[in-house]
Design a protein around this ligand. Structure first.
Ligand SMILES: [Zn+2]
Length: 93
């Protein structure tokens, strides 16, 4: 479950509809020292960068992996140009 979620995020697709999960272990290195952090988060979409201020997410101190729970993903979505475009384009392709 955690691994799936991470894969989705890493590919740049922010999935919705995933039930809230508790992140306790790093899916990349297996570390159990996942920290919850809050800081400005920067992403990019089609060459455009965007920021999510004071985003709360989890980070593995051992390998640096960043993990986003559903709340964090929601915030990223709401700031992402990808989702802004989708909202604007109401017509189906
Ligand atoms: Zn790790």
């Amino acid at each position: 479950m955690d691994v799936l979620l991470l894969g989705v995020v890493k590919e740049g697709y922010l999935a919705t509809g995933i039930p809230m999960i508790k992140i306790t272990r790093c899916p990349t290195c297996g570390s159990k020292r996942i920290d919850k952090v809050r800081r400005d988060w920067f992403g990019s979409f089609q060459g455009k960068s965007y920021a999510v201020p004071a985003l709360e997410f989890h980070q593995c101190p051992d390998c640096g992996e960043e993990l986003y729970d559903r709340v964090a993903m929601r915030r990223i979505e709401s700031s992402s140009p990808a989702y802004a475009n989708r909202r604007r384009q109401k017509k189906s392709a």
